[in-house]
Ligand binder design. Structure first.
Ligand code: G3P
Length: 222
C-alpha cells in the first residue's frame, strides 16, 4: 500500500518524506489557498513554482488540480502543469468536461487523478476515461451520514472485476481508522493529512511500555 500526503505545506511534506515512506503528494485549490497567505499576493506562477518545489522533495506522483470548468481550458492548464515535472499528475473533477480532459491527457501520456468522486459509477467512468488514479472522498461522505469506506469497497471490487489499471486513492482521510480500512479493502493508496500520519504512530501502550523500559534501563551502569 502506498502513502501519499494530502497537503501543500512544504514543511509537512519534508517531515513526512524524512520518515522514508512517502510515495506521493496530493494537493487541491483549498490546500494551496492554505499556504498562499494573502489573497492576491500568490500568483498562478507562484502555484507552479510551489508544485515544482514539492516535486524536488518527493520522488513520486504529485497531483496538481486544474482550476477551470471547461474541458478545453482544463487541457491547456493541465498541459502547462504537466510541463513542470514528469511526476506531476493532473487532477480533474469528475464532470463531463473533466472526463473529456482525462481522456485527452490519457491519450497523450499525461497521468491524471479523477477527483471529487462520490459514487461507484463516477469511479467506473474515471477508469473508462483512462484516469491513472481515482479519488473517492471518504470523509466528506461520512460527513453526510453515508459510509465513505463502502464506496472504496465497491470501487476496488469493480476495478478488480474488469482489471482496470486505475489506482484507487482513498482521499478526504480524517482519522487512522480510515487508513486501516483502506488497507483491509486493498485500496492502492491512502492520501493522508500530516496530522493523521502522526496519529498512525501513536499508541498509549507504546508510551507506557517505553516509559517503563527507560526507567529500568537507567539502573544499568554505563
Ligand atoms: O484529497 C482530497 C482531500 O483533500 C479532501 O479532504 O478533508 O477537505 O474533505 P477534505
Amino acid at each position: 500500500m502506498k502513502f501519499f500526503i494530502d497537503t501543500a505545506n512544504l514543511d509537512e511534506i519534508r517531515a513526512a518524506a524524512e520518515l522514508g515512506m512517502l510515495d506521493g503528494v496530493t494537493t487541491n485549490p483549498s490546500l494551496i489557498a492554505k499556504i498562499a497567505g494573502d489573497p492576491g499576493n500568490f500568483t498562478y506562477r507562484d502555484f507552479k513554482e510551489h508544485i515544482a518545489r514539492i516535486c524536488e522533495i518527493v520522488e513520486g506522483p504529485v497531483s496538481a488540480e486544474v482550476t477551470c470548468l471547461d474541458s478545453r481550458e482544463m487541457i491547456v492548464e493541465g498541459e502547462e502543469l504537466a510541463d513542470i515535472h514528469e511526476n506531476v499528475v493532473i487532477k480533474c473533477p469528475l464532470t463531463i468536461d473533466g472526463l473529456k480532459a482525462i481522456r485527452h491527457f490519457s491519450d497523450h501520456g499525461i497521468r491524471t487523478n479523477a477527483t471529487l468522486v462520490f459514487s461507484p459509477n463516477q469511479a467506473l467512468l474515471a477508469a473508462k476515461a483512462g484516469a491513472s488514479f481515482v479519488s473517492p472522498f471518504v470523509g466528506r461522505l461520512d460527513d453526510i451520514s453515508t459510509e465513505g469506506m463502502a464506496l472504496v469497497e465497491q470501487i476496488v471490487h469493480i476495478y478488480d472485476n474488469y482489471g482496470y489499471a486505475t489506482e484507487v486513492i482513498v482521499a478526504s482521510v480524517r482519522h487512522p481508522q480510515h487508513v486501516v480500512e483502506s488497507a483491509m479493502l486493498g485500496a492502492d493508496i491512502a492520501t493522508i493529512p500530516f496530522s493523521v500520519i502522526r496519529q498512525l504512530v501513536n499508541h498509549p501502550l507504546t508510551d507506557l511500555g517505553l516509559k517503563k523500559f527507560m526507567e529500568d534501563a537507567s539502573v544499568m551502569k554505563k
